[in-house]
Design a protein around this ligand. Sequence first.
Ligand code: IYR
Length: 227
Amino acid sequence: MSAVFKCVPFSGLPDYSAEEMQKRAESFKELMEGRRTIRDFCSKPVDRAVIETAVATAGLAPSGANKQPWHFAVISNPEMKRKIREAAEIEEREFYSGKASEQWLKDLEPLGTDPHKPFLEIAPYLIVVFQQNYDLDPETGDKIKHYYIQESVGLACGFLITALHNAGLATLTHTPSPMGFLRELLGRPKHEKPVMIIVTGHPAEDATVPLEALNKKDLDRTSSWFE
Ligand code: IYR
């Protein structure tokens, strides 16, 4: 017979009135409207406890069969940050000088990005998110299957940047391509694949954000309703 998990009654949600619910929905939207991708950071320190809490929050994301197929490598060590910057800039130079299509480079123009990635050394924290294609049982070494890996890790990244934003921190979801160097530098196993670097800290005093990125698609375009 297969194992049966014990269930307990769920009592985790408050019973908001319709008005209170709408108020909360709007105020959360307002909070998230204030989230912008930041590319210029300052070195102002951030408490480790805040990062730890945000990473723990990311780990609350739903995942396929609750397998939690993620690993977060949290880097504040200046030497490791320097190595990551160095390796990332090698990839980025190739990207910007031939690997990327003309269309891609044109699409990036409004962001003003280039191969220089000083933020990888300046920001106090880099959080490298890995997807685990499978896991190994710490006791038996048996392979543990993972499901909906990309979807699950995407959700965890969403929780993470939301948690960091809510704490008042700026983030950049950075994806040097290819990213294999991160696995080697950080000593992660073969069955883990780096997905993104979440650069975390405070914005530089003179940080700017592109005006154009404020143009979010409206609801008519992003949703269809069957009522
Ligand atoms: N990885 C490069 C290029 C880049 C690609 C996309 I898609 C972006 O949204 C932003 C940048 C870089 O970081 O410069």
